[in-house]
Write a protein that binds this ligand. Sequence first.
Ligand code: ADP
Length: 466
Amino acid sequence: MPQQVSPYAILEGQYELHETIGSGGFAKVKVATHILSGEKVAVKIMDKRQLGDDLPRIYLEIEAMKQLSHQHVCKLYQVLETETKIFMVLEYCPGGELFDYIVERDRLEEDEARLFFRQIASAVAYIHSMGYAHRDLKPENLLLDDDQQLKLIDFGLCANPAGGMDQRLATCCGSPAYAAPELVSGHQYLGSEADIWSMGVLLYALLCGFLPFDDENLGALYRKIQAGVYEKPEWLSAGSRDFLHTMLQVDPKRRITITQLLNHPWIVLGQPHGVDATSKYKTCGVDEDVITEIAVHQGKSRVAVRQAVCRWSYDYLTATYFLLVTQKMKGKPIRLIQKVTPLGEIPSQRTPARCLMEQLNKEKPVDVPCGMPNSLGNSPRGLHTSLEGGLDDIDLLSICKVTPIDQLVDKVVGKTTNPELELTPLVSPKKRRPPSVGDDDKENFAQPRVPTPGHKSRKKATPSTP
Ligand code: ADP
């Protein structure tokens, strides 16, 4: 009988897989050790057959993450693919979801909320500047690393309109409770404006511990969002109320822009300056110390290593390069581990050093500038580490068709009458999404997880008008 090959065999020699740390609508996430550097990573594992029509969304997420390199965006290190699986090797965020952080504390004090919100604003301004709208901003998609730094994840619903950020979109996606009024009304919308609304809902959740717009009935929830009326608990300061009011504007044209938001008095309070959205990672060139370490370890010339790294293939070499850069940024010595085979033990066919060597020995790369990879795997848009980098001008978003609200209500996850959607075998109903492919008129709402009003006993709250 033929021996069954493990679905994880492709990782052999490169990573040691450990326990499962999370699961979402599409994926199981495990912590792992990158053998050559000893660094911990998160491996997001997806089964292509289960993904079905959602497979293009995973490729979209991968391409987006290749382009994005920012201290508050979870970094993609490597992509591995087999006939049945896709593995995304990611920066490991051991601190868990911001959602759980809020729930454990009921709600956050304004100063702590400000520190988190500054990081969120920095990440969102950066991704907008790179031509992306996230479209699923919520506390479940913000993870904490071991330094209390937030990292934005889950770019499976992002938009990167070909016509730039001024192009209008029509896909209804994300979580209903965080969706902007124009989106739930089925109007075309700008992704940047919709993201700002979601940031308002997010800040409200941080400060209050529950959602501003909530209802078990989806139609009723949409009507509340469209009315833009929400409670203002008495513990909210006047400054917080004002700031929330600028983001939770029903008319998107009256909503604060991301550029204004970065320097709003609420965000600056107690801080030396507004939010700097610049990437702290190096946006051009490679880190020569890291190149040298790899070259010495592999017995190759620095020129050869530099050329191979600059292919940005998102293979073991790319992962090794990024992880060593991260070690350097954290002030740790840059060091690759040479695993010694104990006496009497036969060395494994696939050692990490061999995996790296295979990639270094690939044919000569095309002549590309050494900088941030693009969707083809190579181009100069800045992934590497140093204190250089810059924020590009903020463009805006994209085009699509209109979906009437009634259709949305019928087809949203959990409320759908489509048996196929109800049978989608996904892990948690809370994070479940209906199958959807591109930026057409399908909707991709997920269920909210933030505690609902009444979930906790609260002091008296006063309603506001839009
Ligand atoms: P899906 O795309 O299927 O929704 P996610 O990307 O949201 O999957 O990941 C599912 C869960 O796995 C997250 O909510 C989080 O708890 C955990 N997780 C994801 N990425 C990481 C990471 N880089 N580090 C630590 N945990 C992670």
